[in-house]
Design a protein. Structure first.
Ligand code: DGL
Length: 277
């Protein structure tokens, strides 16, 4: 069986490109549609209801483009909306992600793990459940990082302002003796080199992108949904922001020539759907 339909991926912005990178490495022949909700970012400061609403809208858009599976390439959106999306589309493979607390607690030698994530992720019931399950034998120090995803959205991975902001978030973890730091937001994965420099070589950094790609592959195989095409897969990029700078950020982070198309608004999307019926 061969299924050439695309995989749909969404994030609050360009952070999910760090997940797409892993998916591309593992599944080079799959076609992909990526939605960046940069016009509504950051999700980290939004209410659960708002994130759910946006996640439903983006998922509907991707399903209208005949996606065979969805990847929520965002820890914050997974915490707020994964259950809702799975209830709405029970037969669809929907891969979410959460901060890598489990492997981090297994890897620490100091007994202290640091987690960099958004406020939304850290206050979620899903994250509390993760700590209950894996955080009982080690100290897990959580650090919300307001303003950090915006640095990545602007493509500012190593400016003095980004460095100063990131340092203010990393230092408390080091002071608490963390020897493993979880990059619990897909945007922060693009700051890996800077986190490593600020934390020093003895601190191990962990993120979840490769595990998400592996899980996606397992689900596609189980559902008979892999493409058997041998050509390189295509990527289509959509965005909810009209900021022209975002195309530069896309090319900078994706390392390939690519441009965003503008996502419809929920109103125009509904109008065109009613014209079609
Ligand atoms: N990229 C998102 C995540 O993984 C969050 C960024 C935001 O606050 O919108 O959590």
């Amino acid at each position: 069986m061969s299924d050439p339909h695309p995989i749909g991926i969404f994030d609050s912005g360009v952070g999910g490109l760090s997940v797409l990178r892993e998916i591309r490495a593992r599944l080079p022949h799959e076609n992909v549609i990526y939605c960046a909700d940069s016009g509504f970012a950051p999700y980290g400061n939004r209410s659960t209801e708002e994130i759910r609403e946006r996640s439903l809208f983006l998922s509907q858009f991707l399903l209208q483009h005949a996606c065979k599976a969805l990847v929520i390439a965002c820890n914050t959106a997974t915490a707020a909306a994964a259950d809702t999306l799975r209830q709405r589309w029970p037969d669809l493979p929907i891969i979410g992600m959460e901060p890598a607390v489990k492997p981090a607690t297994a890897a620490t030698r100091s007994g202290v793990v640091g987690v960099l994530a958004t406020v939304g992720t850290l206050v979620s019931a899903r994250f509390a459940a993760l700590l209950d399950t894996f955080g009982s034998d080690v100290d897990v120090i959580t650090q919300p990082c307001p303003g950090l995803m915006e640095c990545v959205e602007r493509g500012e991975l190593d400016t003095s302002a980004t460095r100063a902001l990131l340092d203010s978030y990393v230092q408390p973890l080091l002071q608490a003796d963390a020897d493993v730091i979880v990059l619990g937001c897909t945007h922060y994965v693009f700051l890996r080199a800077l986190v490593q420099e600020l934390a020093g070589p003895d601190v191990r950094l962990i993120d979840t992108g490769a595990a998400v790609a592996a899980q996606l592959e397992r689900r596609l195989i189980a559902g008979g949904l892999l493409t058997l095409a041998q050509a390189e897969g295509t990527e289509n990029f959509w965005i909810s922001s009209e900021d022209p700078q975002m195309n530069a950020t896309l090319q900078f982070l994706w390392h390939k020539k690519a441009t965003f198309s503008l996502l419809p608004t929920p109103e125009s999307h509904n109008a065109s759907r009613s014209l079609m019926t």
